[in-house]
Design a protein around this ligand. Structure first.
Ligand code: ADP
Length: 395
């Protein structure tokens, strides 16, 4: 079976064409500047990358460009689009309607539309991707895989906000959590690596541009750091993470900001970029801090402090911890960050082996021999999870 994975944003569309069985990626790429002019970046393992300027007034032309290059004689990997068995779409917000992935039909689309107020930036773009695929491939099974779905096992005490209960009852205000497909992949791998015990307590740290942690008991999420939207939790590249809501009123009053300006500050100008004034990129911050930039160092210290606090919180919430997982750009690649994140957690039975920890981008166990808690580096593979769900539902 061969599956096309689509991750549609407002002006971009990422794709990956792969086998859900072996995980082999036949081709992948990105359509960017949709609605502006349009550019296709296409890569096939073992071949040179191809960049083409193609007019993309809407997502339909972008999908058409993807299909054309997949069957192109020179740059393609298949003879005909008949070889695409199904299409899987990454969808940001599934609200309370979706606890798992779903075969796309009219009812599924209506439910995704209903979630637009909860994911106002992403869900409309995801829907554009879905509709564009339906238009050019009307007979192919399509599947929606939600960023929120894996977190829907959280108990009420974890997902309920301490605000008037009617906002939950009437308006669906609750913690949802994101990066669910990544947390699902790495937590399942962690349980495998633990030897598939009957009971397991795993803390997953997805640390990239966006970051979130999840606490998973017996493979199911019991808590996660992101909330109604992906702004909550630990500080991120440009997102503030959790802050005192009083700050919002205080700054809006003081500077006469409207709510759009304020939210833009919290989403785009905060996090480690906001503290450092240098960059949202952790490698840039490492370099700046090494050159003596104190605010870059403070941004890194703040990130470590908050992630470490949440690791402690989740060990408390679960009554222990068998494994801590590091994944995504920072978690998979930053040796120094992993070392700092578990420094001082020896009292919890967490001890890293500094030599084993010198690893990047590959699956590894990096705890010391006498560490009670395992420390795993697990490269995430959200596309594989989407491909597997798509294949299972399309069958
Ligand atoms: P996204 O959320 O966009 O998928 P990624 O998971 O790719 O992001 O993570 C990107 C982040 O990972 C960037 O801040 C980048 O600097 C960081 N990163 C990648 N490699 C390293 C490394 N070797 N050391 C420190 N940070 C790294």
């Amino acid at each position: 079976m061969k599956v096309l994975i689509i991750n549609a944003g407002s002006s971009s569309l990422k794709y990956q064409f792969m086998s859900p069985d072996t995980g082999d990626v036949y081709a992948k790429g990105l359509c960017e500047r949709i609605g502006i002019d349009g550019r296709l970046n296409h890569s096939v393992p073992g071949r040179d990358k191809v960049v083409q300027d193609i007019a993309m007034p809407s997502h339909s032309e972008a999908i058409q460009a993807v299909l054309s290059i997949l069957v192109d004689e020179t740059n393609g990997v298949i003879k005909s689009t008949d070889e695409i068995d199904a299409v899987g779409h990454r969808v940001l917000h599934g609200g309370m309607a979706f606890t798992e992935s779903c075969l796309i039909d009219d009812a599924c689309i209506a439910a995704i539309e209903k979630c637009i107020p909860l994911g106002p930036l992403h869900n409309p773009a995801n829907l554009m991707g879905i509709r564009a695929c339906q238009a050019v491939m009307p007979n192919k099974p399509q599947v929606a895989v939600f960023d929120t779905a894996f977190h829907m096992t959280m108990p009420a005490k974890a997902y309920t906000y301490a605000i008037p209960y009617e906002y939950y009852e009437n308006d669906d205000v609750r913690r949802y959590g994101f990066h669910g497909t990544s947390h699902r992949y790495v937590s399942a791998r962690a349980v495998d690596m633990l030897g598939n015990p009957e009971h397991s307590k795993v803390i997953c740290c997805h640390l990239g541009n966006g970051s979130s942690l999840s606490a998973c008991v017996d493979g199911k999420v019991v808590d996660t750091t992101m909330g109604l939207g992906p702004l909550a939790g630990v500080p991120m590249g440009t997102r503030s993470g959790d802050i005192d809501a009083t700050i919002i009123e205080y700054l809006m009053d003081r500077y006469g900001y409207d709510i759009k300006t304020m939210m833009n500050i919290l989403n785009k100008k905060s996090g480690v970029l906001g503290i450092s004034g240098v960059s949202s990129d952790f490698r840039d911050l490492d370099n700046a801090a090494a050159e003596g930039n104190e605010r870059a160092q403070l941004a890194l210290d703040k990130f470590v402090y908050e992630v470490k606090k949440d690791i402690g919180a989740y060990a408390a919430a679960m009554g222990g911890c068998d494994a801590i997982v590091f994944t995504a750009g920072v978690g998979e690649n930053s040796i120094d960050m992993r070392e700092k994140l578990v420094e001082g957690l020896e009292y919890m039975g967490v001890k890293i082996d500094p030599v084993k920890n010198k690893t990047r981008g590959v699956e590894a166990e990096v705890q010391a021999d006498d560490s009670r808690v395992k420390i795993f580096v697990i490269p995430t593979n959200e596309e594989l999870m989407i491909a597997k769900d798509t294949a299972a539902l399309a069958k």
